[in-house]
Design a protein around this ligand. Structure first.
Ligand SMILES: Nc1ncnc2c1ncn2[C@@H]1O[C@H](COP(=O)(O)OP(=O)(O)OP(=O)(O)O)[C@@H](O)[C@H]1O
Ligand SMILES: [Mg+2]
Length: 330
C-alpha cells in the first residue's frame, strides 16, 4: 500500500453549521456547528478511521463528501478536483467514484427490490455493461462479499436475509462499480461481534483486491485499530488527534483520545479501566466557546491556557499530530 503523499481525498477547513429552524414546536432554534474548520487527507489505498462519540460530526463528514449536504465553508477535493458544486456529467462521474455504506442495513435497502435489482442499479444508472455482463458483474461482487453461491441470492428480497447478509448486499452495491473511494458509516453497529469481524474482513479484502480507498466511521477505537491504517479522532466537530492507528491507540497524546481509551472495557482488572484519568467527574461549568472544545471536560486543562484560545493540530512525531496546548511538541 502506498501512503506516500498521494491523496485521494483532501478536506480543507471544512465547517458545517446546521441552521436552527426557529423556536417552533419546542426546538431551540439554535444553529449547530457540526464541524469546525476540519482538515485532513486520505491517501490512496488506505483505510482511514474517523473516530468519535455520538454527535461528534462523523456522519456529517461523510454526507458532505458525497454531497448529501453542502459545506458552510471550506473545500473538498477528490483526486485533486474540487467536488463542491459539481453539476451535470461531472457530478454523475463523481457519484460513480464515491459511495457510502450506511449504519442500518434494515433501512438502507429497498424492501420492494430483489437483491439483483439493488446491486445492479448503479450499473444501470452509469450505463455499465449489457444484460449478460451485468449479471456476471453482480454475481462476481456477491461472491466477493461472501453471498455464495450468488444465484441463491439474486432474486431474494431483503426480508429473507439476516442483518449481516443485508450489510453484505449494501457493500456489494457500493463496490459493484469498483469506486475510487467508499465511506462506511458504522457499518457494523447493528451486528454482533463475530458478524462484525466478517464485515471488517470484507472491507479489508475490497481494499486489498480492488484497491478501494475507504473512510471507516466508528465510535470504537478497537474496531479502528483492527481495520485502519490511520485514524483521526474528532470531538464536537473538531479534529483532536490524527496519526497511524498503531501510534494513536498505543501512544495517545490528546486527553480526549486518552479518555476514549479509558472508556473501553478491558479484560482483566477494573484498575486498568482508568489508565489516564483525563476526564473530569463533573464537567466544568464553562461554555469554552473560544477555547479548546474539550476544556469543559478535561481534567488536565489549565484555565489560563486552554479556555481562551483554540489549539491547532501540531506535529508530535512523523505523521502523528495533536491539537492540545499541553502536549509537548504539538
Ligand atoms: N440535519 C441536521 N439538522 C440539524 N442538526 C444536525 C443535523 N444532522 C446532524 N446534526 C447535528 O450535528 C451534530 C453532528 O451530527 P452527526 O450525525 O454528524 O454525528 P455523528 O458523529 O455521526 O453521531 P452518531 O455517532 O450518533 O452517528 C450533532 O449535534 C447533530 O445533532
Ligand atoms: Mg453518525
Amino acid at each position: 500500500m502506498n501512503t506516500q503523499d498521494e491523496s485521494v481525498l483532501k478536506i480543507r477547513d471544512v465547517t458545517k453549521v446546521y441552521k436552527g429552524k426557529g423556536a417552533l414546536f419546542g426546538a431551540s432554534g439554535k444553529d449547530v456547528t457540526a464541524l469546525d474548520r476540519v482538515s485532513f487527507d486520505i491517501f490512496k489505498g488506505e483505510i482511514f478511521g474517523l473516530v468519535g462519540e455520538s454527535g461528534s460530526g462523523k456522519t456529517t463528514v461523510g454526507r458532505l463528501i458525497v454531497g448529501l449536504e453542502d459545506v458552510s465553508s471550506g473545500k473538498i477535493f477528490l483526486n485533486g478536483r474540487e467536488v463542491v458544486g459539481l453539476k451535470g456529467r461531472a457530478r454523475k462521474e463523481f457519484r460513480s467514484q464515491v459511495q457510502m455504506i450506511f449504519q442500518d442495513p434494515y433501512q438502507s435497502l429497498n424492501p420492494q427490490r430483489a437483491i439483483y435489482d439493488t446491486v445492479s442499479e448503479p450499473l444501470k444508472i452509469h450505463g455499465v455493461g449489457n444484460a449478460s455482463t451485468k449479471r456476471d458483474l453482480v454475481r462476481e461482487i456477491l461472491q466477493s462479499v461472501g453471498l455464495s453461491p450468488p444465484d441463491d441470492f439474486l432474486f431474494k428480497y431483503p426480508h429473507r436475509l439476516s442483518g449481516g447478509q443485508r450489510q453484505r448486499v449494501a457493500i456489494a452495491r457500493a463496490m459493484v462499480l469498483k469506486p475510487t473511494f467508499v465511506i462506511a458509516d458504522e457499518p457494523t453497529s447493528m451486528l454482533d461481534a463475530s458478524i462484525s469481524a466478517q464485515i471488517f474482513n470484507i472491507l479489508l479484502d475490497m481494499r486489498n483486491r480492488l484497491d478501494v480507498t475507504q473512510m471507516f466511521i466508528t465510535h470504537s477505537l478497537a474496531a479502528a485499530r483492527y481495520l485502519c491504517d490511520r485514524v483521526a479522532v474528532i470531538y464536537r466537530g473538531n479534529l483532536m488527534e490524527i496519526g497511524s492507528a498503531e501510534e494513536v491507540i498505543r501512544n495517545p497524546k490528546h486527553p480526549y483520545t486518552q479518555a476514549l481509551l479509558d472508556a473501553v472495557p478491558k479484560f482483566g482488572h477494573h484498575r486498568d479501566v482508568s489508565r489516564y484519568g483525563t476526564l473530569l467527574i463533573k464537567d466544568r461549568d464553562v461554555a469554552g466557546e473560544n477555547g479548546c472544545v474539550f476544556f469543559p471536560r478535561c481534567a488536565v486543562a489549565l484555565e489560563d491556557r486552554c479556555a481562551g484560545s483554540r489549539p491547532l493540530l501540531g506535529r508530535v512525531s512523523g505523521e502523528h499530530r495533536v491539537a492540545c496546548f499541553l502536549v509537548e511538541g504539538a
